[in-house]
Every structure is written in C-alpha cells, then in structure tokens.
Design a protein around this ligand. Sequence first.
Ligand SMILES: [Zn+2]
Length: 373
Amino acid sequence: MAFNDFVGHEALVRFLRRLTERRQIPHAWLFSGPARVGKRTLAINWAKVLNCQSPIVGADGIDACERCSSCRHLDPTRPSYAQTHPAVQIVDTLMAAYWEAMERSGEVDVTKLKPKLSLGINAIRTLRENLTHQTTWRYRVLIVDEAERLTEEAAAALLKMLEEPPERTLFVLVSANPWAIPPTIRSRCQPLRFRLVPSAVIATALRERGASPEAATLLARLARGRIGWALEALRNPEWQQERERVRSLFTLMANMEWWDIFRFAELCVRGMEEAEGEQETAMATQRRALEELLTNLTLCWRDVVAAVHHADDLIVNADWQPLLERVAAHYGQAFGVLQQLRTTARRLRPPLNANPQLALELLAAAMLGQRGQ
Ligand SMILES: [Zn+2]
C-alpha cells in the first residue's frame, strides 16, 4: 500500500497522513534530500492516497486501497512519460526529452530517450495546460522532479502559478539540490526533508521482497542509504554488469603502468559517447554516467583506506575483501588517490567541463605517481 509499504522515513509518512486526514494541506511543497531515497516515490504515493476512491483507515492511519481506478493509474516505478493519471502529472528531465521528441517528429522511441539537462518552459506550459482542464478528481497533484534544473524562464512561470494557487491543486517540487532552486520559489514551499535510510531498514525491506539474506546484506551496503537504488537493483540485475566494470577499472588503477594510461581513459568513456540526440542531452548523459563511475571508484579507494585500518564495517564492497586487501598491501597512499579522483570529478563538472578523455588520462597519469609510495 502507498504509505504502509513505503520503506523508511516513518516520521514523514506519519506527518503526511495527519495532513491528509485533516484535509488541510498547503498547496506547495519541496521534498528535498539525497538522491534515490524515495522523495519522488513518496510524492506519487501521497497523490495516490489523496485521490483514492475508497481509502483504507487502518491502525496506522489512512492509506490507498490500490484497487480503485485512481490507484491503478498510479505506479511510482513507471517512468514519467508512462504515467496515465489525469490529475497527477510528473515533470522531469526525461519528460522534457519526451515532449521535445514529440514536437520534433510526432513520435518517440522511448528506448532511445535520454534525460535532458534542464527543464525548460515547455514543461511548465504543460502543467499550466493541465490546470485549464476541469477535473473531477479530489486533488490535482503536479510533481516537478529535479526542480533545481528548471531554467530561469521556467522557474519564473512556475512562480506565477505558485503565487495564484488554483483550488485543490498541490505542487510538489522534488530536489536533491534544493539550494539551486530560486529562493523566491523555495520560500513559497513547505519543506519536507528526507535523509538516508539506515542499512538495516534497507536489508529488511529487501528480504521481505524475496532477497536472500546474503544478497540483502550486500545490496544494503552498496545502497549506502539510497533505498530507491536498492529496490531497483533487486528488480533489475543490470547493476551487476556496471559493478564488474567498476571492479576491472579499479584493478587497472591499482596496477597502472604508463602504457595503460590511454586504455584506462578509453575504458572509462566506452559506451558513453554513443548517446544520441541533441548535443546538450548527449553531453549531459555522458557527464552523469562519468560522475557515477567516479563516485563508485572513489568508494573502492575509500574501502582500501578502511581495509588498511581494519574498519571492516565501513567497507561498502564487502564481497571484494581479498582484492581490497591485496591493493591495500601496496597502497599506503590511498588518500592521494582519493584526492585525485575528487579533482577529476571537479574538472568534469561545470564550470570547467573538461574534456573527459583528457581528464581521465590525467587521472591515470597521476595514479602512476601514487604507485609504490
Ligand atoms: Zn484507491
């Protein structure tokens, strides 16, 4: 059920339940907190409870029935473009790409759809259009995910809507970087802050959903508080492939020779340069993937530091212990590597936007300097 089965954030769920039962709900919200901890899912689940035609009131409070025609329209695991509820609209960078492709050719191959870098005026226009239709649903819920990516123009248009709130309409802005949202918008929203979900809570949730105890423990560690990542990993084993790639790149880093420098950079960007579509979107996709890769490599080296100090409970990649210890034996200078990784990530981000191949070659060259120290 929308609230009962939601993992973690008990206090926030209790709070939303109370508001829903009293039906006195502020019209603008900002759900903020780390990525993939459940902000967007809770926004959708709340919309579900708000519009459920036969809500259940159990010992814990109100919840959605999951059977009525409203509930069946809403599924938080579906991508934004596949949502079908007439009164609940989700705007995100993927939706922006969808609209753009529709405008260009009238049809969209969703398998090739890549999220855009920003949310432009089109996104807000669609929200406004939604508002012009009469609705018989109890609440209209307009969710703007990654709200920090609104362009200046789009933010101004959204602000106007927030200033003249239509009846029975809720705006839920979702963001992992709320400080990047214009203060004029932020100040009009009720803040709801999400935190990381404890590993034990994640492991229990995974076991309840059919994971073996070993898999649940490993995934809970790898999730590092991001319950959304953990649940997705359980549904879709694709993460294992990416993890194997991280492992081989990490091994290559630890054994770097000068002739590996170009190969390392090439292996890092392999597959990423094929992103199709307009250049801005292709670049955004590549940068996001690289950022994720660098984060994962950073975690490997953090694990090396933990292994050196025998702090086993801090190790994320716990199933790689023998490899980590092998690297740790030759690497007193994992701190230096961590520093290099951070510098590389910074070079790749705006405003520097360094050429990825060059930045990664520099990283690989710096690894040579770290060796054997
Ligand atoms: Zn229902």
